[in-house]
Design a protein around this ligand. Structure first.
Ligand code: NAG
Ligand code: NAG
Ligand code: NAG
Length: 398
């Protein structure tokens, strides 16, 4: 599967290897108050469209479901937040039969949910293509769409996606991080973007690289790119090395871990002056680290020692997990819930950033809805008004 090929399988990072991408997660601290006595409440339905089974996706239901349930329980138990309303969700799977995010299944199930449940807002999808097609509908319907996925740069600044509020880390931020890095070291040229793209699945490396590309181009940094098709037979490493020699000194690589290690072995064997090169391995959820620590270069084969030398030129780029104790407590609650509700063991805990983003997004929605209701004095307020309030919140503090 494309995603697993690209990102490998998903342990705590070694400090010397990481360049941490700062990520701000607004955090909702405090405890939920006791449930007030119930009167007749109006129901607010949230339509959730996410991959049901495939936990390779950071926004898959076994990962996000526990966070969403906690958010709803907290909102419904809070007498100050939406006192006359009660939130509940309906769920639909965005996967096709092969368990892959589908840009055709997602809008179909979204339409079904819309007409059978009359939701006030959508939660998800997370995959880029699925979010693109559902986002067009939610804009058309005038309904807010809340997601911590949909990281592609294409979602920002386009009015057709005006209904989307993104509370997760995006590839635009990844691009800004790369620009920051380049500026810091005064690197103006010879940036090379290498990425695997099998043109199936959700093309995670393609979209991540696009974020890097947009950032670097805007900064007028000369950039070349190179596509690795891991499914089209053996990769032509000799050609890659020629390309690196000619156009790359700062090389950003997004591909499967094994491919990257092969590339580094070839690089070292080529005998290029190693001090002139740096390789950033883009692995935002740190999946390689789960299996590769503490010796990322090691594979137990004859190339281990040469790989070790090559890895002196490697930095792994991941998101930075919030360090506050509230977040840690939240993550361990999510893990316990995932085990209990879905019999799913969360090992790649960096992905909880996404679950946290969904939690934040739903809390934000509830607040914005509460404020909009206070102003509109009843009825379902226009989605646009709610989204506007969420955006103000989302961007606050940036
Ligand atoms: C996905 O999970 C649901 C619930 O466990 C199950 O009913 C369904 O058969 C699964 N689908 C696939 C394709 O594995
Ligand atoms: C990039 O180049 C354009 C055209 O020469 C110039 O207008 C712009 O200010 C440059 N941007 C940066 C960030 O250097
Ligand atoms: C070591 O790397 C070379 C490429 O430089 C490759 O041809 C060879 O198969 C590798 N050996 C092992 C045991 O993987």
């Amino acid at each position: 599967m494309g995603r697993s090929r690209c990102l490998g399988t998903g342990r705590p990072p070694p400090p010397e290897l990481l360049l941490l991408l700062a990520f701000l997660l607004s955090w909702w601290a405090g405890l939920a108050p006791a449930t007030p006595p119930t009167r007749e409440k109006q129901e607010v339905v949230l339509a959730v469209v996410l991959p049901r089974n495939n936990t390779m996706y950071p926004w898959s239901w076994p990962r996000v479901g526990p966070a969403l349930r906690r958010a709803l329980a907290r909102i419904n138990a809070d007498p100050a937040l939406l006192p006359a309303h009660r939130l509940r969700y309906v769920f639909a799977n965005s996967e096709n039969e092969a368990g892959i995010c589908s840009e055709s299944v997602a809008p179909l199930v979204a339409v079904d949910l819309k007409f059978s449940h009359d939701p006030w807002a959508f939660v998800g999808p997370g995959c880029d293509y699925a979010s693109s097609s559902v986002g067009l509908f939610t804009t058309h319907w005038g309904l807010p769409m809340v997601t911590a996925g949909a990281p592609a740069v294409g979602f920002s600044g386009t009015h057709v996606y005006d209904s989307i509020t993104n509370t997760g880390p995006t590839h635009k931020k990844l691009g800004q991080f790369a620009v920051h890095l380049q500026r810091h070291f005064g690197w103006r040229d010879h940036a090379l973007l290498m990425f695997c793209d099998n043109k199936v699945d959700d093309r995670p490396c393609y979209f991540a690289t696009e974020g890097l590309y947009e950032g670097l181009i805007r900064e007028n940094i000369t950039t070349a790119d190179l596509v690795l098709n891991e499914q089209a037979g053996p990769l032509p490493f000799d050609t890659f090395l020629q390309d690196i020699k000619h156009s790359g000194r700062v090389v950003y690589v997004c591909c499967a871990w094994d491919t990257f290690r092969d590339l580094m072995v070839h690089f070292r064997k080529e005998g290029l002056p190693q001090e002139e090169y740096v390789f950033f391995y883009i692995d935002v959820f740190g999946r390689s680290l789960v299996t590769q620590l503490p010796r990322p270069w090691a594979k137990g084969d004859a190339n281990d020692s040469i790989a070790k030398e090559a890895f002196r030129s490697v930095k792994i780029v991941t998101y930075r997990e919030p360090q506050n104790p509230e977040y840690k407590g939240f993550v361990s609650d999510l893990k316990a819930d995932a085990k209990e509700l879905f019999n799913f063991t969360v090992e790649d805990s960096l992905m909880n950033l996404i679950s946290g983003g969904f939690y934040d997004g739903v809390m934000l929605y509830a607040q914005a809805l509460n404020e909009t209701l206070a102003l509109s004095g009843g009825g379902v307020p226009p989605g646009k008004d709610i989204t506007k309030r969420m955006w103000n919140r989302t961007y606050h503090g940036e």
